[in-house]
Ligand binder design. Sequence first.
Ligand code: ADP
Length: 347
Amino acid sequence: MAISFKKTYKFAVKSAFYITLFSGGFLTLLLYFFQQLDYLLIGVFTVSMYVFSFFVIQYRVERFIYRRVKKIYDDVSLLDSTTFRSQPITTDMATLTRQVKKFATDKKLEIETLKVREEYRREFLGNVSHELKTPLFTVQGYISTLLDGAANDKTLRKKYLERAEKGVERLIYIVKDLDMITKLETGDLNLEYAEFDIIEMIKNVFDLLEMRAAKKKITLTFDTKYAKPILVNADEDKIQQVVTNLVMNSIKYGREGGTTEISIEDLVKNKIIVRVTDNGEGIQKQYIPRLFERFFRVDKSGARSEGGSGLGLAIVKHIIEGHNEKIYVESQYGVGSEFSFTLEKKK
Ligand code: ADP
């Protein structure tokens, strides 16, 4: 507050000076005119006049500005009780201007964020309904055909029921991914750090995805034989999800008879880097920066047989960044891709 009054004094000092100058001069003139020039009287008058005007002006201005400014504070506090109320009320215009400016900038930022969020929400809803529509209509189509008579044909019945089931499975898969991404994006990550052997975990993922890989004659392998366990400190289930998504992608976008290879290397003293490399279709350069976006797919047609939810890599990125680690991608179109991420070694 002390600083904020400085400038208001200046106003009173100056105004009092002008009044004193004028009235002192006027008095001198009068006395001179009546030939009663008395310098002591003039001196006493000037000093008293100055002191008097100074205090009156200072007091009046302060009260006046204080009242006006307080009203501004009150009005603004109505909009935002947190930032403005906590500031001391000032009668200094510069401070006030600064505070109002800051308030306006904060508000602008808040509005921008809300706009972005609104855009995000709209886009998210659009994407979700788009993703759900296709499998839902597929299921509905098969069920309708069955009801329309196909159910009487034994072979058709089984075939259509199986296809409907596939559609439902896909719906469940998408809903699960949606559930996951929602949790991740609202910050409900709840990582449970523990020590585990990453080699063991990757072997597990290989076992689980073996059948899928076999369908495309893809070999899942390590770059060398890891005889000793490599212990890391992370959330095992979540990292397993990361590896699963990456290996799954390497199969989905891999070529028939191709290979997915995982390597683990020391990066710095307490970090390792896990690389998942494939020799599949690769990714064109212009798409690489967008790969980790929600719902982003290179092939938007949906005609592709290997349709994911488009959330796989977004989930991967969230999990890795939730661990304060990094994820990288390198890819050459037509040659293959390499996704890698870092992890903390056991302490
Ligand atoms: P999706 O569910 O479509 O697989 P992802 O988020 O997992 O979604 O991947 C986004 C897109 O990145 C995929 O649609 C695909 O075009 C591309 N992509 C991901 N991994 C690979 C890979 N190993 N090789 C080539 N393209 C890939």
